[in-house]
Each structure stands twice: as structure tokens, then as C-alpha cells.
Ligand binder design. Sequence first.
Ligand code: DC
Length: 229
Amino acid sequence: MSAKPFSIAIDGPAGAGKSTMAKALAKQLDAMYLDTGAMYRAFGLHMLRRDAVNNPAAVAKCVEDVDIAVRFIDGAQHLFLGDEDVTRAIREPEVSMAASTVSAVPEVRERMVALQRKIAEGQNVVMDGRDIGTKVLPNATLKIYLTASAEERARRRCNELAEKGMPEPYEQVLQDMIRRDYQDTHRAASPLQPAEDSVHVDSSHLTIDETVALMKELALKAISSAADR
Ligand code: DC
């Protein structure tokens, strides 16, 4: 009999290092990694191009038939709008806020959550986002709420943008991050909040390797105790 697949849910605010840590953890656990924020970003970009991000009725209507797909190419997650690979375009700073805005519309959440569950079905998975432990995978083997101070998160995001050749001033990044955190935690539909049964990990004073090691230890413990049940 094969073991029941495990799922690790990682939630937290923007820039906490979720995708870096989740990707590394998935590799070490030989599991699939799904970055759910990228899906909201792709849809945010779609609505930006229609100049209708702030029109909830248009957003709800467009999400019904937008052709959005997640494909794995050489092990890396790519986002497609129709035939167009938008993996790089969705990292532009203006797409971050658009993703946050469209993600507050209930119809958008409904479609994305359904897609996310379908992609992960039957597989060992590490998924990161804002509502993974509370909504997408309420029975996850392990739920981690990953955070870091706003200043540290802004500093990391600045470095990340500079490495991608899209530098932004620190103050601007910090203000955008604070604004986005407020929007993500105050929306009515699945606001960002720690699941009651989540383990909190503050990475402010930890290196990437230390954070991943800690998360791996928690994951192995949770997987082995789930197997004993
Ligand atoms: O993780 P990220 O910064 O790429 O996410 C972009 C936005 O998408 C974020 O501000 C809120 C939204 N999001 C969400 O509502 N639920 C998720 N599971 C993931 C992201």
C-alpha cells in the first residue's frame, strides 16, 4: 500500500520568504511546489491589461473564462495567459498590487482555490500563499505561518528585484508592502491570518538555510506522526 500523500501549507505576508523557503523545502522532500501567488498575479496582469483592476464586477466576470494555466517546464512553474508565458511579467511591482486587489473578489478566490486543489491532487505538495492552511488545504499535514519584520521583508524584496534587473527604492518597496499587507489582511474573503493549528516561524534573524532546516524538521515530524495515525 502506498503512503497517503502529504501536504505542507505555508502562509504569511508578502516578502516573508515563502517562495524561496517553500521551493527549497519541496526539493528536499521531493514534493511538488505550487506558488499560488503567481496565479493571482497572472490574473491581476490580465485585468491590468484591461484597465479594470478596480472594477469588481468586471473582475468577477473575467475570472469565469480567463485562460490561465500553470505548467511545469524543467521542474519550474510557469504561468500562462492563453499561449503567452507571463512568468516574468507577473513579477513587475505594479502587478503585485493588482494581484492583491483582484484576489479580494470572492469569485476569483473560488476559481483559484479550485484550480490549486486540482493541480495538487494526489501528490506530495508544498504550497505557499495567504489562505493555504485556512482554506485551500485545511487538512494539511503541516501548516506553517512564516513571517519576518516589515523592514526585513522590504530589504529582501529590494534585493530580489535588483537581482531580477528591476530595482526599486527601499522606501517605495516598504510602503507598497505595508499597503499590500493591510489589504490582504483586511479583505472579507479569506483574509490572511494564521490557521489556528499553524506553527509560527519568524525568519527575521535566520538565514535561508536555517529557516529551511527548521521547516524540514517540522515537516518530517508531521509526516511521520501522520503516518502513525
Ligand atoms: O505571494 P505573492 O506576493 O506572489 O501574492 C500576490 C498577491 O496575491 C497577494 O498580495 C495576495 C494574493 N494571494 C492570495 O490572496 N492568496 C494566495 N493564496 C496567494 C496570493
